[in-house]
Every structure is written in structure tokens, then in C-alpha cells.
Design a protein around this ligand. Structure first.
Ligand code: PLP
Length: 414
């Protein structure tokens, strides 16, 4: 008899977004007096940059001509895109990353979900709490989580992100092999400082741990002192993998292109103590399970690095950052305690009057006709918080801000 992978039985239902959609739909069906505005979306609202569209069209034409047609591409991505990434996103910023340390993929979701495959099944995993759920669920599927007891997986090490630690936890005291860090963080909007990241890198090198660093939102960082890449930190090449995406940087959520950086210096040992290069293991994995991103999409991604592409995508991000400021100003004006929203598209607010995250969700929907995401859905430490995003249009974001300002709240920060 064929049996299922029993690890899947440990997965918790994807309750959060389904429940958000259900409650918002029920409210809309009740005939509210004005439009419900979603500040809950994690998807972009601006179209692709014209430079990208041009490149996509040109690549389509190439695919239609015998002389320029391309079949299967390299598993790691075309050389033209790997070079553009390494040059513009790293070397031009003083970070020495080689073209062959870049692996192009169809998304940071698949990369962050799959990367741990190259490590031992017994590896102890640490995640920030609250957390982007993919890191947890993929390790549940892989059998690293243990059972779900009292709202947590017994074998996962949770790193509380709280007001007290500025949503930037210290490395754990206990043994951890793989630590997922996300900066700028989804959902808290916190950005790790150079000093905080240096502590993590030093910890990982000392304990032979690996940091899986998700910087899908690095393009939102505008403060010069904040690190955009973990490889700006000394020692990171021997302990970290970095995940990045064109999704939020260049509106590729529906077009699909991302990449990860696996330095040649990063090694792990097998049970006999022999040393293996993680880069080689990932290449082996990709060449077995992945057949590359389409040529057309990779040409589109390459155009992000052209002068016009850079200018146009920066303008789009500026627009989202401006939305974040509009939301922040409205919330602060109304008396909320607010975090994030600077160098990040995510605003993380403390619910007023000790409301739970879901009570506040219902309150926002009922009183302001605004949808957000309850913080408790991202982990236990998210309880009492609420996530708003800057990804809606400027007009709807402004309308939502006006509604918020009509409501004076009292929310106290620590
Ligand atoms: N990592 C984080 C922290 C995210 O928030 C998201 C998407 O919301 C992703 C990765 C997935 O990105 P992609 O669209 O490249 O799969």
C-alpha cells in the first residue's frame, strides 16, 4: 500500500490568509457603506518597468526565429544574467561575489523552501518568530520539526522578535545548525544592522552553523549604513547563503525570477568529517530537480540592470516606500505604536487596548473597512501585532490613511 509522507500530517492548515479572505468576503457580502481597502496584500500593484517589457518582447522574437531560438538553458541561469547580478548587486557595491556563485531560479519561495535539502535531516533549524511561514513548513515536510505542541514545533528553535529586542534577536544559546534570517523582515519590517548581523556571522562561524539569509526586500533599504547583503559582513562567505528576488524589486511576482548566492568558501562536513562545498551540492540538486528559468524571463531580469531599468524600478520602489510613509504618518497621527515601514514595505503595529491580532482585524474591517494581516498568524510572538503593507496603489493607500486618521487610538510602545 502506498503511504503518504507522514511529515505532512504535522503541517498546520494555512489558516491565516484563507481566514483573512473569508472574513473580508463575508464583510463585503454584508454590503458595507464604502469600499474595503486591502493593506494586507504581499503582492505588487505596479506593472513591469518599460525597459523590462521591451527586453521580454525582444527575447520572444528571438525565440521565434531559427537562428536565435534557444532550448534548455543552463541549470544555474544564463551567463549574461549571472554576470549582471554579480556585477551590479555585489561587485559594484564592493562585495566580491563571482558569477559562478549565483544561481538563477523561479523564486525565493522555492529557493528558501528547497535549500535545506542539501543539509542533514537531523539538522536543528532556528527561525525568527514571527516568521515567513515557508521556512517552517518546508522543514516540517522534511521531517525536521517534531510534533506541533502548544502552538510550536517541538524541534524548531524559535527566536522571539519582540519590542524589547527591536525585532532583531541574538543568536541562540542552544545548538542550531541552520538559522533562517530575513531582513528587511516579513512581517515585522525590521532591518538588521551591520553590528547585529556581524554577531550572527561570528556565531555561525564559531559553531559551524549555516545562515540562510532572505533579503528579498533588500531594494527597499535606502539608509547607507544598513547592510543590503549578508556578504557585506566580514566572514559571511564561510557561513551564509543569500536569497534574493526580482519579485518585489522589479514587479516580477507573476513573471518569476530570483536568485541565490552560494559562496565557494561555504563548506559543511559529512558524518565522517569529510568537507563538502555547499555550492556543489546545490548545483547537483538544481541539475537534478530544476530545468532553469525561461530565456525570455532571464532577458527581462537582465533589463532590470540597464540604466533605464534601474531608474524605472527604483521609481516603483520609491512609490511603495512613499506609501509606507503615508501609512506610518497616519498611524502615528492616530496614536498607534508603530514599527517597520522604513527601508521596508511592511508596517508592524501594536494593537491598541491589548486587543488580540484577530480582534483588531475585525475592528479595522468593521470600523475602517481596511484589511490587514493579524500578526499572530506569523507565529506566537506576532500576537498583539498587525501587519500592513505598502504594496497597494498610492490612491487607495492615501484613502486608507485618511480613514485611519479619523480614528484616534491609544497605543503604547514599550
Ligand atoms: N521571502 C520572503 C520573506 C517573502 O516575503 C516572499 C514573498 O512574499 C518570498 C520570499 C517569495 O518571493 P518569490 O516571489 O521570489 O518567490
Amino acid at each position: 500500500m502506498t503511504r503518504i509522507n507522514e511529515n505532512y500530517l504535522n503541517l498546520q492548515g494555512s489558516y491565516l490568509f484563507a481566514e483573512v479572505v473569508r472574513r473580508a468576503a463575508a464583510y463585503r457580502a454584508s454590503g458595507p457603506k464604502r469600499e474595503v481597502i486591502s493593506l494586507g496584500i504581499g503582492d505588487v500593484s505596479r506593472p513591469l518597468a518599460p525597459a523590462v517589457v521591451e527586453a521580454l518582447k525582444k527575447a520572444c522574437d528571438e525565440m521565434g526565429r531559427a537562428e536565435t531560438f534557444r532550448g534548455y538553458g543552463p541549470y544555474e541561469g544564463y551567463e549574461f544574467l549571472r554576470r549582471a547580478i554579480a556585477q551590479h548587486d555585489y561587485r559594484a557595491r564592493g562585495v566580491d561575489i563571482q558569477d559562478d556563485e549565483i544561481f538563477v531560479s523561479d523564486g525565493a519561495k522555492s529557493d528558501t523552501a528547497c535549500f535545506a535539502e542539501v543539509f542533514s535531516q537531523q539538522a536543528v533549524v532556528a527561525v525568527q518568530d514571527p516568521v515567513y511561514p515557508v521556512y517552517v513548513d518546508s522543514n516540517v515536510m522534511a521531517g525536521r520539526s517534531g510534533g506541533f505542541i502548544g502552538g510550536k514545533f517541538s524541534k524548531i528553535v524559535y527566536l522571539p522578535c519582540t519590542e524589547k529586542n527591536g525585532f532583531s534577536p541574538l543568536p541562540p544559546q542552544e545548538r542550531v545548525d541552520l538559522a533562517y534570517l530575513c531582513s528587511p523582515n516579513n512581517p515585522t519590517g525590521a532591518v538588521m544592522t551591520r553590528q547585529a548581523l556581524q554577531r550572527w556571522v561570528d556565531w555561525a562561524n564559531e559553531h559551524e552553523a549555516v545562515i540562510l539569509y532572505d533579503s528579498a526586500y533588500e531594494a527597499f533599504i535606502r539608509e547607507k549604513e544598513l547592510p543590503r547583503s549578508i556578504f557585506e559582513i566580514s566572514g559571511a562567505k564561510t557561513c551564509a547563503v543569500e536569497f534574493r528576488s526580482f519579485s518585489k524589486t522589479a514587479g516580477f511576482t507573476g513573471t518569476r525570477c530570483a536568485y541565490c548566492v552560494v559562496p565557494k568558501d561555504l563548506t559543511v562536513k559529512d558524518a565522517q568529517g569529510a568537507v563538502h562545498h555547499v555550492r556543489d551540492l546545490w548545483l547537483r540538486r538544481q541539475s537534478t530537480k530544476f530545468n532553469g528559468v525561461s530565456y525570455i524571463v532571464q532577458r527581462g531580469a537582465e533589463a532590470v540592470f540597464s540604466p533605464d531599468g534601474q531608474k524605472q524600478t527604483r521609481e516603483a520602489i520609491d512609490g511603495y516606500l512613499n506609501n509606507a510613509q503615508v501609512i506610518l504618518r497616519a498611524l502615528r497621527g492616530a496614536g498607534f505604536c508603530v514599527y517597520g515601514g522604513e527601508n521596508s514595505p511592511y508596517v508592524w503595529l501594536k494593537t491598541p487596548n491589548a486587543m488580540t491580532s484577530w480582534e483588531f482585524f475585525d475592528f479595522m474591517l468593521d470600523k475602517l473597512q481596511i484589511v490587514g494581516t493579524p500578526g499572530s498568524g506569523f507565529g506566537q510572538c506576532g500576537e498583539g501585532f498587525f501587519r500592513l503593507t505598502a504594496f497597494n496603489t498610492p490612491d487607495l493607500t492615501r484613502q486608507a490613511a485618511e480613514r485611519i486618521m479619523q480614528f484616534p487610538f491609544k497605543g503604547e510602545c514599550l
